[in-house]
Design a protein around this ligand. Structure first.
Ligand code: SF4
Ligand code: SF4
Ligand code: SF4
Length: 333
């Protein structure tokens, strides 16, 4: 079923068309510009959070409202590989953003999540109630968590019923199932939410499933489709509702545990030389643990695959982004 919403993209055709095609160089250039700016601004060290919000808001405007081009990069490379040798310009159109993202993540880390992804921005903003709840004593925190979870389950289920499709094919509903899985998964996570590192490996299962389904030809939609496409299908809309609702319970829940794109970027970041590191001895005050929106910190220890390079830990303690080679030299000295 299609939800009947008006088309919302401001630009209806390529701004900088390549060879007169639908393939647009504009998203490529803007994407590249924002991620390079993010890298420079993060390391410049002044008003980082202000600049980060500016980049996120710009990206949200450009990629949701302004440009006609869908930003999908999960399935794009599969379309592209199918076209190589037959229609290379179309292959390039599908592949260019994906290659750019992989290259910049390998070079600078997972900046896309912390500085560009609109879903990350909305998840982060919606995480405020969850972050306040995490400050409660354990018993009350848990009760409040389950009450909130019950509330969002009711609302999301009602929404899913309201927009339910006429048919029930597996492939039509898979993104919605992914979103529903997130909410059920949170029920298991809640008792351990402040020490949830063991649950974060699930994002790699998500990557493998997503890629596997795409390779065998299942048309997997995602929460991104609602934002980036110019039409909204039932499954994407329900998964988006579940993802946003999940952030109300545990900060950036989708990004922490299930986002396949985040999982892939988290894995790639392991090969990037730039990492966040604690540069002075830790006094075990615990402030950083709840400051990090991804829960990537545990008393000075950083879970590199969860870090989204947002720089918020810099504000509360001596965390710095360093080049790993430099750190090795310091260690040897
Ligand atoms: S983890 Fe996924 S949804 Fe979250 S910011 Fe990264 S790409 Fe976006
Ligand atoms: S804020 Fe700094 S001192 Fe406190 S737990 Fe985190 S790393 Fe340790
Ligand atoms: S470790 Fe620091 S830079 Fe990384 S996500 Fe957490 S707060 Fe942001």
């Amino acid at each position: 079923m299609r939800i009947d919403v008006p088309l919302f993209k401001i630009t209806k055709q390529a701004l900088l068309p390549i060879q007169g095609f639908w393939i647009d160089a504009a998203p490529f250039v803007i994407f590249f510009g924002i991620l390079i700016a993010a890298h420079v601004l993060l390391h410049r060290g002044k008003h980082v959070q202000l600049w980060r919000r500016a980049c996120q808001i710009t990206a949200a405007f450009v990629f949701i409202l302004f440009l006609h081009r869908c930003l999908c990069m999960l399935r794009g490379w599969i379309f592209a590989l199918n076209k190589v040798g037959r229609n290379d310009i179309v292959a390039f159109g599908h592949l260019c953003m994906f290659v750019l993202l992989v290259s910049l993540t390998l070079a600078f880390g997972r900046l896309f999540c912390g500085w560009l992804c609109p879903l990350g921005l909305f998840s982060e903003l919606l995480s405020i109630p969850a972050r306040l709840r995490q400050r409660l004593p354990k018993g009350r925190r848990l009760i409040a968590g389950y009450l909130m979870l019950a509330g969002v389950l009711v609302v999301v289920t009602w929404f899913a019923w309201l927009v339910r499709p006429g048919t029930q094919f597996f492939s039509e509903n898979i993104a919605a199932m992914w979103g529903a899985s997130l909410l059920l998964f949170l029920a298991a996570v809640l008792p351990f939410e402040l020490h949830d590192r063991r649950f974060k490996g699930v994002k790699y299962v998500s990557v493998v499933l997503w890629l596997g389904l795409s390779v065998i030809g299942v048309f997997v939609t995602s929460p991104w489709c609602t934002f980036f496409g110019d039409e909204i299908d039932y499954s994407s809309a329900v998964s988006l509702a579940a993802v946003l609702a999940g952030a109300l319970i545990v900060p950036m829940a989708w990004c922490r545990y299930l986002c396949p794109m985040g999982g892939a970027l988290g894995w790639l970041t392991k090969f990037s030389p730039i990492r966040v590191r604690k540069t002075t001895p830790c006094t075990n005050c615990g402030t950083c643990d709840t400051t990090c929106p991804m829960g990537a910190l545990d008393r000075g220890e950083v879970d590199g695959s969860s870090c989204i390079y947002c720089g918020q830990c810099n504000r509360v303690c001596d965390y710095r982004f360093v080049r790993e080679e430099r750190k090795s030299e310091e260690d040897e000295a």
